[in-house]
Design a protein around this ligand. Structure first.
Ligand code: HEM
Length: 445
């Protein structure tokens, strides 16, 4: 017992000395890095600026922690889950009711996966707001791959409970692929393993969820962290004093990991996430809704299949891909926005976008507009309006505050529009009518 306590007590210094094994104090940081794998991913020194909470809000680390939580809890859930249409739903019920600690385990996995979508999006916005993609083009592309993988992981897991909600959500999203020429048409049968969501789809989603996507995510996360080191740490245009990572950074990281896992555990105790009835391909659920992170796109498709399902997402994706290559300005990198004038313009753009898109969505629901021809609605709708606003905001802001601010304004319009469409989509009820979240559906559906 004494031995064990002593070993526990000595654990931190052992880990530290193991990490530093082979390190000669006289070595330069780059030499030390070459000698120890961990130093390829984690710095030995860190700038005092990077330690300030408002520099990164630790969003990258929080995302990483959430991923590791989903990996551990998902590994345990795999022991009981049965990936067949006959067994999936019952195995989730067994996990909830028969397996010791099965319910919190399932909830923790589910909440961490959903939260990861939020934190990775916020992490991306932080990088944009700081211009921290400059001279980090490759890492930006690794980051975008991570974003796609996080969404794919969340979506592939969504089908696994095989209840009405998940079944019809996957049908909705895979049907949205029909609006994407070439990619969508090729991807859909590959994803489904046929023409409809069925047993082959479940097996494919399961294989992607537990093996293919996590393997890619780990690989890209390692490349991402390695690249931050290769790029010389966090982006900052100026001199910054450094301190050793141990204890300054490592202790902070430890606290953040504990807080994230603790809050998740608390969340699982306070909030439940019950299953819907088992999936029934013969009884469509009304409304049929995509998962919340795709429901904004579903809302856009409801106005115009081509513009909402292809042009808006395609333009958004292209703008994100091209951002570090369009913005060639190396000044004011690593700080929150260039100036207070820029901040003000962006706030105005965001507020106007929200107001205009909400008004356009509201007008579309007005019966007087039902008389419009279909082709008019295809061209004049909230999604085209948001794309037009994007161009206007780019022209207005880049004129006054430069190209970088213009690009940020364009992105702000797209992000705010997507948020509005997501909130409206979440509020859709039977027959895609609008219901406030606290309103009951007619007939108690
Ligand atoms: C699984 C998803 C991701 C994980 C785990 C992750 C992790 C991290 C971590 C730990 C950092 C260090 C600083 C910080 O905490 O903010 C970082 C920085 C960075 N990330 Fe991510 N990231 C992810 C996704 C993304 C995405 C979607 C993008 C953008 C497309 C991105 C672009 C970057 C860039 C450019 C940096 C360097 C920032 C700077 O120099 O200030 N990452 N990431």
């Amino acid at each position: 017992m004494k031995e064990l306590l002593r070993a526990f007590w000595a654990l931190p210094s052992r880990v530290r000395s193991d990490l530093r094994r082979g390190v000669d104090a006289s070595d330069s940081p780059s030499r030390r890095m070459r000698r120890n794998f961990v130093y390829h991913l984690h710095p030995l020194k860190v700038t005092e600026r990077a330690l300030a909470p408002t520099t990164t809000f630790a969003l990258g680390l929080v995302t990483l922690t959430l991923f590791l939580t989903t990996a551990v809890t998902g590994g345990l859930l795999m022991l009981y889950y049965v990936p067949t249409p006959e067994g999936a739903y019952a195995s989730i019920l067994d996990i909830e009711h028969l397996v010791t600690l099965g319910e919190p385990l399932r909830l923790m996995h589910r909440f961490a996966a959903h939260l990861m979508v939020v934190t990775v999006a916020l992490h991306l916005l932080r990088i944009v707001a700081m211009g921290a993609y400059r001279c980090r083009e490759i890492n930006w592309l690794f980051g975008l791959s991570l974003l796609a993988l996080v969404l794919a992981l969340a979506f592939s897991g969504y089908l696994l409970p095989w209840d009405q909600t998940s079944y019809w959500a996957v049908r909705v999203v895979t049907n949205m692929l029909d609006h994407m020429p070439l990619f969508g048409v090729m991807a859909k049968p590959l994803l489904l393993g046929g023409s409809e969501v069925g047993g082959a789809t479940l097996l494919r989603f399961y294989a992607m969820h537990v093996a293919v996507l996590p393997a890619f995510l780990v690989a890209f996360a390692v490349l991402h962290l390695w690249r931050i080191r290769r790029d010389g740490g966090l982006a900052y245009a100026g001199e910054a004093s450094t301190v050793p990572a141990w204890p300054h950074l490592v202790l902070r990281e430890g606290v953040i990991v504990l807080v994230v896992v603790g809050l998740l555990a608390l969340w699982t105790l306070l909030i439940d996430s019950p299953l819907a009835p088992p999936a029934d391909p013969m009884r469509p659920s009304n409304p049929e809704k995509a998962p919340w992170y795709f429901v904004g796109f579903q809302e856009m498709v409801s106005y115009s299949a081509v513009i909402g399902g292809f042009i808006f997402p395609g333009f958004f994706a292209l703008l994100l891909l091209a951002l570090p290559f369009l913005d060639r300005d190396d000044d004011a990198v690593g700080g929150w926005f260039a100036s207070s004038a820029e901040r003000l313009r962006l706030v105005v753009v965001a507020a106007l976008t929200a107001a205009v898109v909400v008004a356009a969505v509201w007008m579309c629901a007005h019966p007087a507009l039902a008389v419009l021809e279909t082709w008019t609605q295809e061209l004049v709708n909230p999604v085209t309006l948001s794309l037009a606003l994007c161009l206007i905001a780019f022209a207005w802001v880049s004129n006054g505050s430069g190209l970088r601010s213009g690009l940020r304004a364009a992105l702000a319009v797209l992000v705010v529009s997507l948020l509005v469409f997501t909130v409206v989509g979440i509020c859709r009820g039977p027959d895609w009518a609008f219901f406030w979240p606290w309103e009951e559906y007619p007939g108690g559906i």
